[in-house]
Design a protein around this ligand. Structure first.
Ligand SMILES: [Fe+2]
Length: 202
């Protein structure tokens, strides 16, 4: 869910001295609960966090710490969207800098919408949050209109909806295509991965 507004005007985030530091999962969830009263938006961030973590572990061979880093970026990427829409994602970036979080997490959040924030994704974690963000929200929107939700959902139906401009019209298809063009994995495989890994997130 990125339809912001604000170029961040810088490309360095966080302090290298904080490399290796993350919030605990409890701290990250507490921040989310405090900053994001909206259940649907909170679920979106939990879903992106879960998909990021699963991708790191299953596709990148990440160790536990790296997987937590991917998860934390996903979990907090829109944390300021509800309270500070005009300053998204500057506020969450400044908060995580103050909390001395690993600079890669902060850069990842800063690069989840290059057309808006003016920060290019430069490593795999950055590229994957950009890939997953809009598609995750889109797939969840598709699940919500199905009586059986995720049960029996297939990739073809999602591809068809992507070609239907009136469905989830706020999801920018150009962003999805741009994100996919930066990675080697086909869109079909990404959609299936998202379905499999976000369907049980609560
Ligand atoms: Fe998002």
């Amino acid at each position: 869910m990125s339809s912001p507004i604000l170029a961040l005007g810088r490309s360095n985030f966080g302090d290298p001295v904080n490399t290796g530091k993350l919030l605990s999962q409890e701290e990250a969830l507490a921040l989310l609960n405090e900053w994001v009263p909206n259940d649907r938006l909170r679920l979106h961030m939990k879903q992106v966090g879960a998909v990021m973590k699963a991708w790191a572990l299953e596709k990148e061979g990440a160790d536990e710490f790296t997987a937590r880093k991917w998860e934390q970026a996903g979990l907090l990427h829109d944390a300021d969207w509800e309270k500070y829409p005009e300053a998204h994602c500057r506020i969450i970036i400044e908060k995580l800098e103050a909390l001395q979080v690993d600079p890669e997490v902060i850069h990842c959040i800063a690069s989840h919408g290059p057309r808006y924030f003016g920060v290019e994704p430069n490593n795999t974690m950055d590229k994957m949050i950009y890939v997953f963000d809009e598609l995750s929200g889109f797939i969840h929107a598709a699940a919500l209109i199905r009586p059986t939700r995720y049960e029996g959902m297939d990739v073809k139906s999602i591809l068809k909806k992507l070609k239907t401009p009136s469905f989830a019209a706020q999801v920018n298809r150009d962003d999805i295509n741009d994100a996919i063009s930066r990675i080697d994995t086909p869109l079909e495989e990404i959609i299936q991965f998202i379905i499999d890994h976000q369907k049980d997130v609560r």
